[in-house]
Design a protein around this ligand. Structure first.
Ligand code: SAH
Ligand code: SF4
Ligand code: F3S
Length: 483
């Protein structure tokens, strides 16, 4: 760093408040002036492109990241030619990583044309030291790397990059506390996710999430309800409460309330019409929660209940803490007590040691549980997890062949579940509009999708739609009347 820059940087840092989020608002202001200067020099406004990989947790973080960037003054762009490109990465499966590396290489080429381009990498993959090492070595044009625990520091890290002139890396092993009240930009306007907790303590033996997201931390119910109220006041109709295992919500919070009680509190927020949540773990889904879903009109009749495997032996090796029988009994209880509920799931094929018999147990559960949908994954070895060093890793060709058979079973079962709604008229939240076809895509309370001709102005409204033609896992329908 040259001396004048160093003096400037020291002065800026010395004036920064120590408290969060005030500190970040200060750096947002600093970056806003720096950006305005650059824009004046370029004779145009500068643009950003935020790309999110992975789950809803990352999508939610991206709303904060986008909020910070837009407060700094970046304008939206759909193109990776933007002046700032941010990748919020996922590392839950190997193919997630490979895709990211390929795309970073591409960004490097674009940067040759625009040397002042900023390339920012964050998210779960950056929590892995080997990924950061690889980027330091092979992708030296990257500007800023940070992890999952300090996304709130984006503005400060961008400032450090400006004064330092080279790659800034700031990845923490663990969280330092939850920073509330950052700028945030909600992608949809009528629906939004709300983090109710961060991290995971379950350590399923295949899963990298506890290592990259850290230990479980719940937000206070007061903050969650305040966020729901704020969203509702800004037109949000549907909220999704997010956590890796929502059933363990509430530990170490001032209120100490259960997840079912939290659902109830959120449902009291005026203006919120639908509440979804993800993900409850089958090992500790309470009767209290089932009763709340059943009795509360605002809580969607949809339970996403990850099975992972139908074999009790494999479930034990996965450290899931339930058996095939307990899982099936839970699904029965849910279906019995919540009329019209849809149960969906996640399944992993080819976990180490999985035999043909184990796999058949999984298919058996798929048939018996009657899933409305199942997301199926080929087991992916994650370095650092216990399963990575287990013997009897299943050869790719066998896993691939099982995967295909599972897809067929899932297709049959979910089509049968979906068909049961043929001819029904249901409440549908209008979520996406395709102008070319003049088609609206909406979602039923139970998460089923329906496409129907409608006006764009209905986006965000809840309307009545007749489900006319079942297309497997979705419907074609007809709008009955608005509201
Ligand atoms: N907390 C949630 C899911 C988090 S990850 C839960 O407990 O279910 C989302 C899904 O990715 C998991 O449900 C699992 O099916 C899948 N997954 C996680 N690790 C995986 C791995 N190593 N290989 C393949 N799929 C995996
Ligand atoms: Fe991963 Fe298991 Fe935690 Fe879900 S509950 S995030 S699968 S360790
Ligand atoms: Fe989600 Fe992927 Fe991270 S699934 S928690 S973004 S590893």
């Amino acid at each position: 760093m040259d001396q004048s820059k160093e003096i400037y940087a020291a002065r800026v840092r010395s004036l920064a408040p120590a408290e969060e989020p005030e500190r970040q608002y200060y750096f947002i202001d600093v970056m806003r002036s720096i950006l305005a200067e650059k824009a004046a020099q370029a004779g145009r406004s500068l643009t950003m492109n935020v790309v999110t990989f992975g789950c809803q947790m990352n999508a939610k973080d991206s709303e904060t990241l986008t909020g910070i960037l837009s407060a700094i003054g970046y304008e939206d762009s759909d193109s990776e030619d933007a002046d700032l490109v941010l990748y919020n990465t996922c590392t839950v499966r190997e193919n997630a990583n490979s895709r990211v590396y390929g795309r970073i290489g591409y960004l490097g080429n674009r940067k040759k044309k625009n040397p002042d381009k900023r390339i920012i990498l964050c998210g779960c993959m950056m929590q892995e030291p080997q990924a950061v090492e690889k980027i330091r070595k092979s992708y030296r044009f990257v500007d800023v790397i940070f992890g999952t625990h300090n996304i709130y520091k984006l503005a400060e890290l961008l400032f450090e990059r400006e004064v330092q002139g080279s790659l800034v890396v700031d990845v923490w092993d663990q969280a330092s506390g939850i920073v509330e009240d950052l700028p945030r930009r909600n992608k949809y306007g009528f629906k939004a996710g709300i983090n109710i907790m961060y991290g995971c303590n379950n350590f399923c033996s295949y899963c990298i999430v506890p290592y990259v997201r850290g230990r479980e931390r719940s937000r206070s119910a007061e903050d969650i309800v305040a966020e729901a109220r704020h969203l509702a006041e800004n037109g949000v109709r549907e909220v999704m409460l997010l956590g890796q295992n929502v059933n363990s919500y509430g530990k170490n919070t001032p209120e100490g309330i259960s997840f079912a009680q939290l659902l109830h509190r959120v449902s009291e927020v005026e203006g919120i019409r639908r509440i979804r949540f993800m993900t409850p773990h089958p090992k500790d889904l309470s009767d209290e929660l089932i009763a709340e879903i059943a009795s509360n009109d605002k809580v969607c009749k949809h339970v996403h209940l990850p099975l992972q495997s139908g074999s009790s032996r494999i479930l034990k090796a996965m450290n899931r803490h339930y058996t095939k029988e307990q899982y099936l009994a839970l699904v029965d209880r849910i279906k019995e007590r919540i009329p019209g509920v849809a149960v969906t799931t996640d399944i992993i094929v080819g976990f180490p040691g999985e035999t043909e018999e184990d796999f058949e147990e999984t298919v058996d559960v798929v048939r018996k549980a009657g899933f409305m949908a199942a997301y199926t994954f080929l087991y992916s070895k994650r370095t650092g997890t216990p399963a990575a060093t287990m013997e009897n890793q299943v050869p790719d060709d066998i896993a691939g062949e099982r995967f295909k058979r599972l897809l067929t079973a899932v297709g049959e079962v979910s089509a049968k579940q979906a068909e049961a709604y043929a001819g029904a008229t249901e409440d549908v939240l209008c979520e996406e509009y395709k102008a070319e076809e003049e088609l609206m895509t909406g979602r039923l309370d139970n998460n089923l999708l329906v496409h129907f001709p409608a006006e764009k102005s209905l986006l965000g409204e809840i309307v009545k739609v007749e489900l006319t033609t079942c297309k497997g896992f979705y419907y074609l329908g007809k709008l009955c009347r608005s509201k």
